[in-house]
Design a protein around this ligand. Structure first.
Ligand code: SAM
Length: 247
């Protein structure tokens, strides 16, 4: 039987501890007892572990594990998804699926056509996005949790220096597909796997000045084919193409 996997908030060389909602679920719903075995992620490494102590009252729960042996783990895809802020329910879906697909990080960006009230609420929403990523990472048995950055303005992110190969999903692009751009990036990177940043526009698409900004800052416009996809579909299709190509 596959052991359940937990991602610990605190750890040292020999132990790892779950607190908060995770510990509560483990202690109260799953009735964890000393000796119970699980896989525990601590600091990006996965361990076969055994419960050493369960502590809890009405307010605080804590489950401590002894780490027994390290297990092999898949590294995250070296891809950061740069996601324009748009309808939160769809963004949440995309963050969950992107985590399952192995994304290393998500940068929410305020684009010209991001709705104002969503852009204003985004900073507060980031904590919820982090919880979604944490749960999805656990569920998909990842060895790490993708980094969900605080929202930033699109133009400051596009202009910032980066060592990554940068691609912007653009439905009007006809000559360069994501796949062909990936092939070139891999060939140019030699023996190393290139780190990628992939940007996806909001529901209304990129504004003309944003397309020019990407272009002026070395981002490559790439296509996912002739059909216009919803932003969340485009994000997940792009990650699937990249994952199947890079892994
Ligand atoms: N311009 C359209 C509009 O007026 O709503 C569509 C925007 S589309 C819903 C949102 C984002 O998904 C686009 O900005 C782009 O990043 C991405 N996208 C959608 N279809 C795509 C395709 N076929 N190729 C590349 N990117 C695509």
């Amino acid at each position: 039987m596959t052991r359940r996997r937990w991602i610990a908030e605190h750890w040292d060389e020999a132990t790892a501890t779950l607190t908060g909602a995770q510990a509560e679920h483990l202690a109260r719903v799953l009735r964890a007892e000393v000796g119970m075995e699980a896989d525990v992620v601590a600091g990006g490494h996965v361990f076969h572990a055994r419960v050493a102590a369960v502590a809890g009252d009405a307010q605080v729960s804590e489950v401590r594990f002894n780490l027994l042996s390290e297990l092999e783990a898949e590294p995250a895809l070296a891809i950061t998804l740069v996601m324009s802020i748009y309808k939160f329910d769809r963004m949440e879906w995309a963050i969950e699926k992107a985590t399952e697909l192995g994304v290393a990080g998500v940068v929410p960006v305020v684009a010209r056509r991001s709705e104002k009230h969503l852009a204003q609420a985004a900073l507060k929403r980031a904590e919820r996005w982090r919880r979604i990523a944490h749960e999805a990472a656990q569920q998909s048995r990842r060895a790490d949790v993708p980094l969900i950055h605080d929202p930033v303005l699109l133009q400051s992110f596009v202009k910032a220096a980066s060592v990554a190969t940068r691609m912007v999903l653009a439905e009007q692009e006809r000559s360069t597909t994501l796949r062909s751009a990936l092939e070139e990036a891999v060939a140019a990177a030699g023996t190393e796997m290139p780190a990628l940043e992939i940007a996806v526009g909001p529901e209304g698409g990129w504004a003309t000045e944003e397309e020019a900004l990407f272009d002026a800052n070395g981002w490559r416009a790439v296509s996912l084919g002739p059909r216009i996809l919803r932003a969340e579909t485009a994000a997940i299709a792009a990650l699937s193409v990249a994952a199947s190509f890079l892994e």
